[in-house]
Ligand binder design. Structure first.
Ligand code: AKG
Length: 419
């Protein structure tokens, strides 16, 4: 097995980096195919450029330059038989780098994965299932949840409604609904319950995770870790919220394509002439919290493993939910539903809301701009499909005008360590 980079791609990256003033990188990377030190030096130069300013200001040229140098370094690691190290390096290139080298990176990942699988043949077999703990009674569940949970307005459930019913009764009127019996045929519904399967498919891959109570807390941070280390953290059942690790809002299926084949895009996501905007994984232990926020898109949140509590407030009462005023956070509420400060936020206790426990195999439709708070009750693996209707002013009950698409998408700004 040999990791290679097409010379036309190399020349194009070098030209773009030169245009950005990266002459030292351009000179160094030319030797990177033959000389390990040059490959490492090029990777370091590009890494520095990725950290020169705010993440959103980093240009495509340097991101591609980083992915390319990662491939060169990984090629040396492969030659030395250091396959796991090579995988980590290429993954760093995929996560931090640009799209320009994506084809080469994906090919390298496939080859390293196959070589690793050959080495592991016959070692890992059988199944290991998630321990979901004891089934909790309703009062026990309520004890873990914010005030007034699961008492009044529970989200309606519908067993695989027709597209027409979904369109007329939920999508067009902007009303949440839990869809049941819609995803049972996904291979994910059986495969992701097996920890050994996840380890086999993704164990050596590097993924971004969030560590801390939730993304609004000061000590919250992002880390890049090996997927198998992440699985160990879930299994170790760490209770301290400061160390709670959540793989949240990550396009995992774009990164790890084998997992993409375990799920299917629900037909409901085509409602309104829709186009998929993002497909994200949400995977973590019990008691992860996504604080109250809203998103601009239609959302189907599919619960593949475990169960989650979801609370929903309509967009019409946005002002009563005290959104942050800073632009990055204005789609999040200042109210901590787990500990409401009634002096600061007096209106919240009396507001009406919808809520539900999203059970394994169910899918929740969250209309655009509906506020939602989510807490996992067990180890939980969910998938969200965000889509926008083409003629948003005809189909969307609420105009998704200026909301951010989420401030939690991976960024190098709050990354505390690399691998
Ligand atoms: O499951 C979660 O923790 C949050 C999901 C969410 O916010 C979303 O799908 O938009």
């Amino acid at each position: 097995m040999e990791i290679t980079v097409d010379s036309s791609v190399v020349n194009s990256v070098i030209r773009k980096v030169r245009e950005e003033g990266g002459f030292a990188y351009a000179a160094t990377v030319k030797q990177a195919g033959q000389d390990f030190q040059s490959a490492e030096a090029a990777r370091e130069m590009a890494w520095e450029q990725l950290h020169c300013g705010p993440w959103h200001d980093v240009g495509q040229a340097w991101r591609d330059a980083y992915s390319m140098a990662c491939l060169y370094v990984a090629a040396f690691k492969v030659r030395k038989g250091e396959l796991k190290e090579a995988m980590k390096i290429v993954d760093m290139g995929v996560i931090m780098g640009g799209e320009g080298l994506r084809r080469e990176s994906d090919k390298a990942i496939r080859e390293i994965r196959d070589a690793l699988a050959r080495n592991e043949e016959g070692k890992e077999s059988g199944e290991e299932r998630w321990n979901m703990g004891m089934e909790m009674s309703l009062p026990e569940v309520r004890h873990l949840l914010p005030f007034k949970s699961l008492l009044n307005n529970i989200v309606e459930k519908q067993s695989s409604p027709s597209m027409e019913k979904f369109l007329c009764d939920y999508f067009l009127v902007g009303s949440p609904v839990v869809l049941v019996d819609c995803i049972d045929h996904w291979p994910a519904c059986t495969k992701w319950k097996d920890i050994k399967y996840l380890k086999r498919i993704a164990g050596e891959r590097t993924v971004p995770v969030e560590v801390g109570k939730n993304y609004l807390c000061p000590k919250w941070k992002t880390e890049l870790i090996r997927f198998s280390d992440f699985l160990e953290r879930i299994l170790s059942n760490e209770c301290n919220p400061e160390n709670r690790t959540y793989l949240a809002q990550h396009p995992l299926f774009d990164q790890i394509q084998e997992l993409r084949t375990d799920i299917m895009m629900p037909d409901y996501c085509f409602t309104g002439g829709g186009e998929l905007q993002s497909l994200n994984a949400w995977f973590g232990p019990a008691e992860t919290v996504t604080p109250l926020h809203h998103d601009p898109h239609h959302n189907l949140l599919a619960q593949v493993v475990g169960r989650k509590y979801v609370r929903l407030y309509p967009a019409s009462i946005t002002e009563d939910l005290y959104p942050f005023s800073e632009s990055m956070l204005k789609n999040s509420s200042q109210v901590d539903l787990d500990k409401v400060d009634t002096n600061l936020f007096p209106k919240v206790q009396d507001l009406e809301f919808l809520d539900c426990i999203l059970e394994e195999g169910e899918m929740l439709y969250i209309p655009p701009k509906w506020w939602h708070y989510v807490k996992s009750l067990t180890t939980s693996f969910s998938v969200s499909f965000w889509w926008a209707s083409k003629k948003s002013n005809e189909c969307e009950p609420i105009h998704a005008s200026d909301a951010t698409t989420g401030d939690r998408q991976f960024s190098a700004d709050n990354l505390v360590s690399d691998v």
